[in-house]
Ligand binder design. Sequence first.
Ligand SMILES: [Zn+2]
Ligand SMILES: [Zn+2]
Length: 239
Amino acid sequence: MARINWTRDELLLACALVVENGWRELRPADKRVQNLSKILRKLPLHDGAAADPKFRSPGSVSRKTGDIVTARLGYHGVTTKGGQLTREVVADFTKRTDEMLSAAQALYAGVASSELVRVPAQEGEGALGREGQLLRRWALYRERDKPLRDRKIQAVLEEGIPLQCEVCSFDFTTAYGELGDGYIEVHHRLPLHISGVTETRIADLALLCANCHRMCHRTFRGESWRTPAALRRQMRKSV
Ligand SMILES: [Zn+2]
Ligand SMILES: [Zn+2]
């Protein structure tokens, strides 16, 4: 079978392991490597690849941890070989260690709950941010949960607040009349890879119009998530 390139999601998990191991390579016999090998073989990233018993074997995971250590030398100015994506992930871990470790933890939690593995591809996944494909997909899926959305809208209406975009005040009913009545989108103020996997509270959700919601999720300079407050600042800068 042809060699299958490592995705950002896989590199994120492997790099987290290397960081936790003090930026040192891990051997194939190491339990953590064997555990990661099992997880990588379960991720819905490479259709059918796990039919090959050698796919993401402990040996290949161990070699990847070696590549990561080497790529880090490159980050510190030593000339090294190694893939561009590996170097990017290493740079992310070097600059934003806590954020990246928390993303890896959210991925592990997602696999453990088995919810993440079952989430279908989502509209608007688009270009990848630092947290990779699966967390982005899972986060979008969680936001589109209808009961959660209904609870948020109910809570806002009970407080007597109109259903308006928190960023630009767009009101679907005012703009579209009956057709827009009750329409609004729901956005997590904090992304899954920062907040970790927690039960969502109503206060964690913001109401946004479709345009502002798209802009909150647009990948730009590695960032694929904005809070309503950050988007508002961005809008002020542009006027
Ligand atoms: Zn808006
Ligand atoms: Zn959102």
